[in-house]
Design a protein around this ligand. Structure first.
Ligand SMILES: Nc1ncnc2c1ncn2[C@@H]1O[C@H](COP(=O)(O)OP(=O)(O)OP(=O)(O)O)[C@@H](O)[C@H]1O
Length: 686
């Protein structure tokens, strides 16, 4: 269930709210009528908007616009939906929007849009000082006496009769004290003309109260608003450092880093919105994980719906496949057939070679090919002989490198014989194509989230798309959360970010005991962070105070462990029926996901796979692998069969490397938890 209580209670509240507003509209009308300096059209719109003041909104009318000789701002409305900069229009001809242009009576009115945007920007500058995100400032043109609801870029065009419903339905961004503070701050920044003040108090004479709105429509709008989650609040207020990073002008590629939960994605999303309002080209928000773009896309839609069509949320491989298909380049991506080709290559030339001395199991070598050879686009044995294998800590002698190369060539031969491609082939082909024939139209910006999981080829591809222009490429990530082996330096991708980096340090997500527990696990592990290695895993990070705890559930057997998990989740649901909606069970392997999915379903708990989760509220408990949970967060996280030992078997020389990777993956899973982290372990009696 979502915020706002049960459906019945919500409906009742919306109805009460609508009726109260209808009562207050008479009072509003009277106040507006006595606003001498305004024209009739403005008075009517003011009356409509004044109605909202009964609901805690603040309306500032006819304000001076500092820094301009004589310009004024018609109205600034501050309420729980954010800040709305309102320009009232009383045009004889109906406005019309076509191909992104505004006209009326056959005449272009684009200059009015430009003025509106400049006004919004002035308000945005002021509210940014309070840590408010620009996406919470919305320019609105209100057309007196008309019905209309059209979006033109950032500007919303509304008919006088539609404005109230739209504002009431807006997701809640500000609470009551915030509304007061923001309004007071804007009042100071945009002073009133003394001769033109809207009377504060009604006279008591109700006068003519034309029907300003339809009670039923308002009721519907009020209901829509409470259905939005509390998430809109972080979308509105950021830490001043975060606002500064989101709005910074970078002269070339830049980087945002910081430990888990420090708001890197939040800043990335705000940055996407910021750039969208200042450019015209497409913007790509890309990540390695498949399901994350859907979730981030929905967050962005809720944060800045008017900009949603400007930003493409995509996984890197998904984008590359579409791009190649559009260019008519055939790709036969078949992960399973490619894996099978590798298994055969291993049997033929790997298992009996010098490689088995280091690690007798194929997994390590499969990753060597995927992340080091193909992931870095290495084209010859000579190149591979000397390459620095960042992030892979097991040294390879010349003979081993030669054996790996043989294995790679065998794999490639078998793969090509079957006519299939692997994920690396897709990126390599896309990179060749982009270099040959760049994307058209070019991307105005490419924002890469979770960049630590990309291969060098992936970063080269995105760099080729974004170029080195101002505010073009932004890399967001944290090497401590890398869940794949093999790394690189940005310099190798030809990306220079010198002097264009920002580090976020305040963790807003995890309760302190959870973050402490997770950081303890990786505190001795150095990690690679694109610019170079760190000596250990200890980070400087501040936590924001909120309650939370870690539960250790120790079991003697698998059945005892599973019973404890079911009991814990059932108790959680019994205490608060909505708790499951913000709870996830995360598993190390797909097999574990299958096992726990069956277990929980049998116990009668509603379960949704993370593969099918798109960020929209659902009442079900989420389940998925650690890797699928990247970038996400939940109030309660359950990690059944939790172990800090490497679960993939292999040789002694590579054991330390595998164990470190396992710890990093566990760290990612643990830091998804906001308030409760449940760790289930199975220790059979000695
Ligand atoms: N200024 C802020 N005020 C309150 N909450 C914030 C603020 N900034 C971020 N948050 C919250 O912190 C949490 C973590 O944010 P986000 O997912 O962007 O972090 P991250 O650094 O990308 O994390 P990770 O690297 O672990 O995926 C989110 O719940 C977000 O809403």
């Amino acid at each position: 269930m979502v915020a706002g209580g049960s459906a019945g209670v919500r409906g009742l509240r919306a109805r009460e709210q609508a009726l109260e507003l209808a009562r207050r509209s008479r009072e509003a009308w009277e106040r507006a009528r006595r606003w001498q300096a305004a024209a009739e059209a403005e008075r009517k719109v003011a009356a409509t908007l004044l109605t909202l003041t009964a609901d805690g909104w603040r309306l500032l009318v006819d304000r001076r616009w500092p820094g301009t000789a004589s310009a004024n701002v018609d109205m600034i409305l501050v309420g729980r939906g954010g800040v709305f900069v309102v320009d009232v229009k009383n045009w004889r001809d109906a406005p019309s929007v076509q191909d992104g242009r505004l006209s009326a009576g056959g005449r272009s009115r684009d200059d009015e849009v430009a003025k509106m945007l400049a006004m919004a920007r002035a308000v945005e500058e002021r509210t940014a000082a309070l840590g408010m995100s620009p996406v919470a400032v919305q320019p609105v043109m209100v057309f007196a006496g008309r019905r209309l609801d059209v979006t033109l870029g950032r500007v919303r065009l509304l008919g006088q009769e539609d404005v109230l419903n739209v504002l009431l339905a807006a997701p809640k961004r500000l609470n009551a004290p915030m509304v007061k503070a923001v309004a007071a701050y804007l009042e100071e920044g945009f002073p009133a003309y003394e001769t033109n003040v809207l009377p504060e108090r009604p006279s008591g004479d109700e006068g003519e109260a034309s029907s300003l709105f339809d009670v039923e429509e308002v009721e519907k709008a009020a209901l829509e608003s409470v259905l939005h989650g509390p998430i809109e609040q972080w979308m509105t207020f950021l830490h001043p450092d975060q606002v500064a990073v989101a709005r910074r002008d970078w002269s070339g590629p830049a980087r945002i880093s910081g430990p888990a939960g420090t708001g890197k994605t939040v800043v990335g999303l705000h940055r996407a919105a910021h750039i969208a309002t200042r450019t015209t080209g497409p913007i790509m928000y890309v990540t390695y994980v498949n399901n994350l773009p859907r979730v981030q896309g929905h967050l962005f839609q809720r944060m800045a719906s008017h900009l949603a069509d400007r930003v493409e949320f995509t996984s890197l491989h998904g984008w590359a496949q579409r791009f190649l298909a559009d260019r008519g380049i055939p790709v036969n991506l078949d992960g399973r057939a490619a894996e099978d080709s590798f298994s055969r290559a291993w049997l033929q030339v790997g298992r009996g070679s010098a490689l088995a001395e280091i690690d007798p199991l194929p997994h390590y070598w499969e990753q060597e090919i995927a992340h080091v050879i193909k992931g870095r686009g290495i084209a010859s044995l000579d190149e591979y002989r000397t390459v620095n294998r960042y992030g892979r800590r097991t040294a390879l002698q010349a003979a081993h490198r030669e054996a790996v190369w043989l294995l790679y060539e065998e794999y490639e031969m078998l793969r090509k014989k079957r006519g299939v491609h692997d994920f690396n082939d897709v990126l390599l082909a896309a990179l060749d194509e982009v270099r040959e024939r760049p994307a058209d139209p070019p991307y105005a910006a490419v924002i890469v989230d979770e960049v630590q999981d990309l291969t060098l080829t992936g970063v080269r591809l995105l760099h080729a798309l974004a170029g080195d222009g101002p505010n073009g490429l932004l890399l967001i990530g944290d090497g401590q959360q890398a869940v794949y082996p093999g790394g690189f330096r940005l310099g190798e991708a030809g990306v220079g970010i010198k002097g264009r980096g920002a580090v976020l340090r305040i963790n807003y997500r995890n309760a302190a005991p959870i973050l402490d527990e997770a950081l303890r696990l990786v505190s001795d592990d150095p990690f690679d962070d694109l610019d170079g290695p760190t000596p250990n895993g200890r980070r400087t990070v501040e936590t924001t105070y909120h309650e939370g705890h870690v539960v250790h559930a120790a079991a003697r057997s698998e059945s005892d462990h599973d019973a404890q998990l079911v009991a814990a989740l059932t108790a959680l649901a019994a205490e608060d029926e909505s708790a499951l909606a913000s709870t996830a069970v995360l598993c190390r392997s797909r097999n574990d996901v299958e096992h726990y999915h069956r277990l929980l379903t049998r116990a009668g708990l509603p379960v949704l796979r993370l593969d099918n989760y798109d960020g929209r509220p659902t009442g079900a408990l989420k389940i998925g692998t650690y890797l699928r949970a990247k970038g996400l967060e939940f109030k309660n996280v359950y990690l059944p069969a939790f172990t800090t030992r490497a679960t993939i078997p292999g040789g002694d020389s590579t054991a330390a490397e595998r164990a470190a990777l396992t710890r990093r993956q566990s760290f990612v899973a643990m830091t998804r938890a906001r308030d409760l982290l449940w760790l289930g372990t199975i220790t059979p009696p000695a």
